[in-house]
Design a protein around this ligand. Structure first.
Ligand code: GDP
Ligand code: MG
Length: 177
């Protein structure tokens, strides 16, 4: 088989989870389309978006799932998690409650997924420096305690958005290849 054909085999399902309005949909919009919605409601969510990534010279496809606002009612279904091999667990660094809820999301993820999902803890809205309610050290420390990758991002100014997705995809690739 050609290199081309082989790369078709790599399609990883990755889910975005975390409280409402932490920026999940905008992280995906920034990553997949380089767009940002300043006043987005949960309605911009698409079911999933497929994005090609280059990992060690190989083409890998990430199928990234976004909620359509179900998280508002804690009604994310098991179908959402099914088959996921990666997850971005997102909180908003300017809203402490969203960080305190991370444990519940992690539980939910572990309950619904049948394998070890490569997970990165994402502190989004790092641009909101003056409104910060969660320190970088706190995020890092939680991630270490739970065995997660960690990064702070801003969907607004783009910082670390691609790195967040790439970190997860790279690790999945390394595990499976
Ligand atoms: P979701 O409910 O988790 O999907 O959150 P959204 O992506 O819909 O974002 C909720 C709100 O936060 C919107 O008004 C976004 O414009 C805003 N937002 C998202 N990401 C950022 C960010 O990195 N920085 C700032 N300042 N606002 C953001
Ligand atoms: Mg959303």
């Amino acid at each position: 088989r050609s290199e081309e054909a082989q790369t078709e085999d790599y399609l990883f399902k990755i889910v975005l989870i975390g409280d409402s309005a932490v920026g999940k949909s905008n992280l995906l919009a920034r990553f997949a389309r380089d767009e940002f919605y300043p006043n987005s409601k949960s309605t911009i969510g698409v079911e999933f978006q497929t994005q090609k990534l280059d990992i060690n010279g190989k083409e890998v496809k990430a199928q990234i799932w976004d909620t359509a606002g179900q998280e508002r009612f804690r009604a994310v279904t098991s179908a959402y998690y099914r088959g996921a091999v990666g997850a971005l667990l997102v909180y908003d660094i300017s809203r402490r409650l969203t960080f305190e809820n991370i444990g519940r999301w992690l539980n939910e993820l572990q309950t619904h997924s049948d394998m070890n999902v490569v997970t990165i803890l994402v502190g989004n809205k790092s641009d909101l420096k003056h409104a910060r309610e969660v320190t970088t050290a706190e995020g890092k420390s939680l991630a270490e305690a739970q065995g997660l990758f960690f990064i702070e991002t801003s969907a607004l100014d783009s910082s670390n958005v691609a790195v967040a997705f790439q970190t997860v995809v790279k690790e999945i690739y390394n595990i499976l290849s």
